[in-house]
Write a protein that binds this ligand. Sequence first.
Ligand code: ADP
Length: 726
Amino acid sequence: MNDLFGPRPCASILFPLPLPEAFDYAVPEGMALQPGDHVLAPLGGRHVHGVVWALKEEADGERKLKPVEEVIGGPRLAEGTRRFVDWSAGYLVEPPGVILRQVLRSSSALKPSPVETVYRLGQTRPDRLTPAREAVIAAAGRKPMSAADLARAAGVSGSVVKGLADLGVLVVEEREVDPPFEAPDPYREGVELNEIQRQAAAILRRLVAAGGFQAALIDGVTGSGKTEVYFEAVAELLRREPQAQILVLLPEIALTQSVMDRFEARFGARPALWHSDIGQKERRRVWREVATGRARIVAGARSALFLPFTGLRAIIVDEEHDPTFKQDEGLTYHARDLAVARGKLEGALVVLASATPSLESLVNAEAGRYVHIRLPGRAGLAELPEIATLDLREFPPERGNWLSEPLVREMAEVFARGEQTLLYLNRRGFAPLVLCRACGHKMKSPDTERWLVEHRYTGRLVCHTTGFSMPKPRACPECGAEDSLTGVGPGVERVAEEARTRFPDAVVEVFSSDTAQGPDAVRDLVQRMERGEIDILVGTQIAAKGHNFPRLTLVGVVDADLGLAGGDLRAGERTYQMLVQAAGRAGRADRPGKAILQTHQPEHEALQALVAGDRAAFLDAERMMREHLRLPPYGRLAALVLSGPDPERLEETARGIAAAAPLAEGVEVFGPADAPLAVIRGRWRKRFLVQADRKVDVSAYMRAWMARVKIPAAIRASVDIEPYSF
Ligand code: ADP
């Protein structure tokens, strides 16, 4: 075939590197390649792992191409995954190799799963039984194990195991070290749905039966059974298509444990779990099981969207409104938006679920782009909590305290009844600001110029943006005064301290990313809450989302004003959502709940709407504001952030880039201005904001702009489509 004069096969190879495009290589004779295969190819004098992106034929002699060196095996990247890489590269204005790098996060998974030798109990029994032999036989009867594990489990030396293997009592087997995930059983019974849930589940089942891309929004108050309803869609899908893969995106690692437990209870198997904190080995295992199509249900954080699925049929985005779905460092993207896009490319069902859907999703539902499924009431006996504001101007807490008397009285009643209180404050640490009482100096992060937060448990001052930390100094670094540095304002640790002082007999715990590091710590806190071992939980947003605490009947929001101001276009919406979520923790079982919001501005429309339970009123006001200002979802935004070590060079480069901005109808470019964080770790940051009409393809605009500029090596440019801060 490869005769000297005919067309020659060539392959374009995409590397997981920030290169502008895929490069062409000659396919050597005898090498059979398919798109999605992993290969080694020469690049800049090295052998680099890349993926076959396309195969074509090229007339001989047209170009002198280097040959592909080697096929490295491993699961081929499916077409859907490859199309998703191309699409997101275009949408996010990134080189496709940068997206591919996300996909190949565990390329060591390309090697076949390692095997180990294990010993299993066979049919033969030894003629002579000793206590040592009996112990080994008992241990091996429980499950096959390696010789060393077996000896350890039986408390004997390795020679006993070896002896039994020689006699044929133990049978030697090879087994994959990374066992595959258990298959979920879609035929098990779930809870008996109520009438409204049944109707909702029927709609989802119809969408599953229709097949192909569809998007649905489950819009249901906290505790209305959204999870139970989407379980029905998962079950229906697996009954129809046992090979289907399902992705469940969760906003918070803290939530995954309870969701995993519920999946296990419903389907008899735990989903594969994917997030940034799983170990290397587990990461490899999940990646490989997903890429070979063997993992059915995957639960994960936003980065799970980039896993190499082979047969993705459904994506569920739980708590779809959650701001943590927006990744705003490194590769910036919004996981909900990409989930819908991936669903379209894969022909999969996309289910968004929330008690407080984003305005974006609501507008899509109203426009008929998403099927709108409403669950207006709580399941079973549980009632929605009563919500009241507590005016801090009228009932100011005593100096140095943060809890107002009426709230403390409610807490006392709740405690006397043996029920639980959640005090919600979205501020980690002890105090958000540390000030010198002698000279007024404020302790700032050397990285970002932001205030350092005092953490009393660790005795350190921490920058919450970069993680920089230092021990709290005894003397003020500015004036040298001893013991003059004081924490100002409340964080969860400080509120917990106050709660302990006021309720000396109560068990008070803090639930924040500092006290709940890792899934085990989270699970421990959640279980202690569920068992009623904690009386007062003081928590940040990770305590306020998704959990189901049956004895929790009072939620006190320490500072409902936090977040109402600020440079985020979604500040009002986000505050409203957080407060609904926090209040929604109260009264989830058969006891009624109450939420008390401490505020200085009870007249604020977000708080008024909350108290009145009038979401429509809040949304109408929010909608008008966004429409008037041409903000999403009524307009489009993109940001371009430039950063560099030298502020003058940066300024000059920014001016050049500004001059190159293309003129386009319906597009306005603002800037360059200082970015919301003007300096991080010695790099200065400037930002352009692009505001466009809804019909404008803002990604295409940014690509056109970037194609016109040349950015010096010392300066980094990154595009953020639909940035959050404004
Ligand atoms: P959401 O996801 O809307 O917050 P969940 O699906 O978590 O709601 O349901 C809240 C609680 O109510 C869970 O403990 C769930 O098992 C229970 N529940 C929901 N629907 C029913 C039902 N029909 N019968 C019994 N319990 C239910």
